[in-house]
Design a protein around this ligand. Structure first.
Ligand SMILES: [Mg+2]
Length: 383
């Protein structure tokens, strides 16, 4: 099988409500996924997605679309999409890093491979350990009263736990929000916090000591992504497991965090980590290192979420104290594929699709509604 054409659609999808994040990121109101359709000479079409966020990953939709069109796609025409080793070697030989952009191609190749042999991707990865993943929710920054109400609503809807975004300008306000949320939902509801790089080491330790009796399951990315030493210092100072998100983009990042004893949990995002294959490498390394994995998401549409679910069900070392972040399309104006039907909020679960490949069908009407730019690369373009 050979790749004959790659279509690249850039989307703009509004969030249902503005999402208030750390002082590093501000307010997020529109997601800009880039969707790849990978056509083959056997008629099978695969879907992939990447989810750029300039302040998070250093990519933007415009940059990802350009890299796909000018660098990656021309070199991938004619390649066998089922040979993931060769696909990744080719992409890495075209352009350094750019893991997020490359993830769209990786997902589309897995989708084509699965569809061509009539198997879901989890089977290609060695087989599923479960048929579903528990699903949690996440709330942005606001007042203690609003935080309490939002977490209570997540519990009422059936989500299996909630992430509270912190890392704002006033750590005492974030501590008060955390306390208000805990008081509202009771002692047993799973809660985690994420500072999204918003603080320095001292601020993170002050906050962590203030909330130490609130039963927070883990504390994600308190400091800048590069600050492995800061993570290690915070981990030694606090009795709360630490999670790395922005700090674990690559397998090499994962190794540095483990060797510095700076981490307990890796937040895995298939688009951030460069696709299913590199994300699986990090999951396998985590398993060998005594680190748990939390399946997290960018603000992303259903193709990326489906890819994450296919990998999630194969992993043995997942966090079990709280659900995983498989809810992202519920935060958006609409999903571009059938994935949202797999989220069963009332049961706090996301269930596998019976379909082959990533298990999703594209919604052409939704694609049309949100697409702001389309480009395509064929053999003729390459010539
Ligand atoms: Mg995070």
């Amino acid at each position: 099988m050979k790749i004959t054409k790659i279509q690249i659609d850039t989307l703009a999808v509004p969030l249902l409500h503005p999402y208030h994040l750390s002082r590093e990121y501000g307010v997020f109101s529109t997601a800009t996924p880039v969707v790849v359709r990978l056509f083959t000479d056997e008629g099978t079409v695969g879907y992939g997605e990447c989810d750029p966020w300039p302040l998070f990953t250093g990519d933007s939709a415009a940059v990802s679309a350009l890299i796909l069109e000018r660098h990656l796609a021309p070199m991938l025409i004619g390649k066998d999409p089922t040979n993931l080793n060769e696909i990744h070697r080719t992409m890495d030989a075209c352009i350094r890093n750019q893991h997020l952009t490359k993830s769209a191609i990786d997902m589309a190749c897995y989708d084509v491979w699965g569809k061509s042999v009539g198997m879901p991707v989890h089977q290609l990865l060695g087989g599923k350990r479960r048929d579903s993943m528990r699903c949690m929710w996440s709330i942005g920054g606001s007042t203690p009263e609003e935080s309490a109400a939002e977490v209570l609503e997540a519990k009422r809807l059936g989500y299996d736990g909630c992430m509270i975004k912190i890392g704002g300008a006033d750590w005492r306000l974030d501590a008060a929000r955390t306390a208000a949320a805990r008081e509202a939902v009771g002692a047993d509801y799973p809660l985690i916090v994420d500072a999204n790089q918003g603080w320095d080491v001292d601020t993170a330790i002050r906050y962590g000591k203030e909330i130490r009796r609130l039963g927070i399951l883990f504390f994600e990315q308190p400091v800048q992504s590069w600050d492995v030493w800061g993570m290690a210092k915070i981990r030694r100072a606090l009795d709360i497991p630490l999670s790395a998100d922005e700090g674990v983009m690559t397998l090499q990042d994962a190794r540095a965090l483990v060797e510095k004893e700076a981490v307990d949990v890796f937040s895995i995002k298939v688009t951030k980590n460069g696709g299913i294959r590199p994300a699986k490498e990090i999951c396998d390394y985590a398993a060998a290192s005594g680190v748990q994995v939390f399946f997290n998401s960018m603000i992303e549409e259903g193709i990326t979420e489906a890819a994450s679910l296919q990998l999630g069900v194969t992993c043995g070392n997942i966090v079990t104290s709280i659900g995983h972040a498989y809810f992202s399309p519920n935060r958006l104006d609409g999903d571009i594929c059938s994935y949202h039907k797999q989220i069963r909020v009332c049961d706090g679960e996301t269930v596998l699709s019976p379909l082959p490949g990533l298990g999703v069908e594209l919604d052409e009407e939704a694609m049309h509604r949100y697409t702001v730019d389309t480009r395509a690369v064929t053999e003729a373009y390459r010539a």
